[in-house]
Design a protein around this ligand. Structure first.
Ligand code: DGT
Ligand code: CA
Ligand code: CA
Ligand code: ZN
Length: 571
């Protein structure tokens, strides 16, 4: 077990103990140990063999023994025992937002509920409303959390899907019998979460290609296999479908399997009006069973009287009408991005120094980087006090003077407090070149109040940008309840920028809201919100969302070179 797995196991042990009714001191000691282990720099093996685990503050003899067992055997007896005592479904319940071990214990003991399904049923029967510590409001919240859980079940974040899909695609393309191959489906359309990965290949020898594919590393299960069509489940749990077609059929199949279903339906309807039949096998005139030839997808769109529609736009959001009038946007591309906005450093909760973040950004070809650490209210993230800000700015000045081949801008991710005021006063805020304001607390305010809070922040003269405007965490937490249309409106009125947070867990602003924001002429900034070097590469996911939001480079603030970017901030 690596240290993250050990930390995770300790967390689960704490949850299970709490469900079993162990005293909270003991449970918290395990949670605390999980944090300590996750943060340890030295290899755990060395700490164990030299008997120095107990020198870590918060790790006593008994915890050390549990950790040592995991390090040395890859197993945990305590964990296995607890798992036997607590039904599987109770652990699953903990993934519901706002539902912790205390609640799990209560519904299990008092109502005999052992699964999310039973919990949902009990809520609908109004049985939780009467339970001490619950009430009608809580019951409603639980129902909402269950609905969210069900909708997201079996979906995956895009970084996982890209990593797996990219490897498999590379392997397919490397096979000499493959003429061309592509990723299709929601992944090609850059959706924020992915159900399954759809791969398509053209070959005259499908059997050979299929055999090669089914030997790909990382396949856990072959769910269905055939000469031209197979489905597998990867070790990470995600399903992959591969279809192999002839080269003549390939453009039609690629178009069909890229979707979306809604786009396909609209396109087929258009073909029909032109006396044509469009499906995954071809484009047929009248009653002919011979497809008209189309060399690629662009040729299909052309035949239908349309400009080429990029996959990200194929959501039936007006793209066909725009293609007909040749008024599709020229979508922003990853290489258009000139600067990285919103990177954290060791000054708050980042893993690298400002210098190392800047050098990592330079190595990726960027012209500027905006360091935006957390502010004092975000104590959990080592938020900066005004005094520390002064120190940090000295460091940035020194680095810029030394010259790293990239300009470092002084930014902040200032907390929006509960009432919509900011965590720093105007004088401190005035010392930053870029001010991003974000909500990190009090997610449960009523809609009107939450909206007012956001509007106050966007109207603040010192604020340039709102960070992760919806506050959602994909697959785990819905955004706070706020009127984002009103936020977009206010951003338009005050010339403020909205962040597209490119972290695969966020992808926030949502692309549907991006479409609205672009319509209102609001600028976005595609920000990595990076806490380590690899985080900088998330920008490409954010660009995918900007593209889904119909944005051109001119609408993306950080696609501007440094001087122009600084001017955009002062709009
Ligand atoms: P996902 O996998 O849930 O993230 O979303 P998709 O869009 O990848 O959906 P998937 O994998 O079920 O199907 C891939 C594509 O195949 C889909 O985007 C459009 C096409 N397709 C699937 N079923 C239908 C259908 O019933 N009608 C039409 N017109 N197209 C379909
Ligand atoms: Ca799919
Ligand atoms: Ca599929
Ligand atoms: Zn943030």
């Amino acid at each position: 077990m690596n240290k993250n797995e050990i930390a995770q196991t300790l967390e689960i042990i704490a949850d299970l103990m709490e469900i079993r009714g162990e005293n909270s001191f003991k449970c918290n000691a395990h949670r605390n140990a999980a944090r300590i282990i996750a943060a340890v720099e030295e290899p755990l093996e060395e700490l164990v063999t030299s008997g120095r685990l107990t020198q870590l503050k918060g790790i006593g003899e008994s915890l050390a023994a549990k950790i040592a067992e995991m390090v040395q055997t890859g197993r945990s007896t305590v964990y296995e025992e607890l798992r036997k005592q607590v039904p599987e479904g109770l652990l699953e319940m903990l993934s519901l937002s706002g539902f912790g071990p205390k609640k799990a214990k209560a519904v299990w003991e008092q109502l005999g509920i052992k699964s999310i399904g039973e919990l949902e049923y009990a809520c609908k029967e109004n049985r939780l409303a009467a339970l001490p510590g619950f009430g009608e409001k809580t019951q409603e919240k639980i129902l909402k959390a269950i609905a969210f859980h069900n909708k997201q079940a079996g979906r995956f974040l895009c970084d996982t899907a890209w990593a797996i899909g990219g490897d498999l695609l590379g392997r397919l393309r490397a096979h000499k019998k493959v003429i061309r191959a592509e990723i299709g489906g929601s992944l090609r359309r850059c959706k924020e979460t992915i159900g399954d990965i759809d791969l398509l290949a053209a070959s005259a020898d499908p059997e050979a290609v299929m055999e090669h594919f089914l030997e790909s590393p990382g396949i856990a299960d072959v769910l269905a296999r055939g000469p031209t069509k197979s489905s597998v489940r990867m070790e990470q749990g995600i399903q992959v479908d591969l279809r192999i077609v002839s080269d003549a059929e390939y453009p039609f199949a690629l178009n069909y399997f890229t979707g979306s279903k809604e786009h396909n339906t609209a396109l087929r309807g258009r073909a029909k009006k032109m006396g044509l039949k469009l499906n995954e096998y071809g484009l047929f005139k009248g009653d002919s069973d011979q497809s008209e030839p189309c060399a690629d997808e662009a040729a299909i769109y052309r035949r239908l009287g349309l400009a080429y529609i990029e996959p990200e736009l194929r959501e039936d959001m007006g793209e066909i009408a725009a293609a007909e009038r040749n008024q599709l946007p020229r979508l922003v591309e990853p290489r258009d991005i000139r600067g990285l906005v919103h990177a954290h450093s060791t000054w708050s909760d980042g893993k690298l120094s400002i210098e190392r973040m800047a050098l990592a950004a330079r190595a990726r070809g960027y012209e500027y980087i905006v360091i935006c650490d957390h502010t004092q209210s975000a104590a959990y993230a080592k938020g900066l006090t005004p005094e520390r800000v002064v120190e940090q700015h000295k460091e940035i000045d020194a680095l810029n003077k030394k010259g790293l081949g990239i300009r470092i801008l002084k930014g902040t991710e200032v907390d929006i407090l509960g009432d919509g005021s900011l965590d720093f006063d105007d004088k401190v805020l005035g010392t930053f070149e870029v001010v991003i304001a974000s909500i990190h607390s009090r997610f449960n305010l009523p809609r009107a109040e939450q909206t007012r809070r956001l509007l106050r922040a966007v109207e603040h003269p010192r604020v340039h940008m709102i960070g992760h405007p919806a506050g959602r965490l994909l697959l785990s937490r819905e955004g706070y309840d706020a009127d984002l249309d009103a936020l977009i409106e206010a951003a338009a009125r005050h010339g403020k920028i909205l962040e597209i947070n490119a972290h695969p867990y966020r992808l926030d602003l949502d692309w549907r809201d991006c479409i609205k924001a672009r319509h209102r002429g609001v600028l976005v900034s595609v920000n990595p919100d990076a806490h380590e070097e690899e985080g900088l590469d998330h920008v490409r996911f954010g660009v995918g969302i900007a593209r889904k939001g119909w944005y051109e480079a001119s609408g993306v603030a950080n696609a501007a070179p440094l001087d122009a970017f600084l001017k955009l901030l002062r709009r």
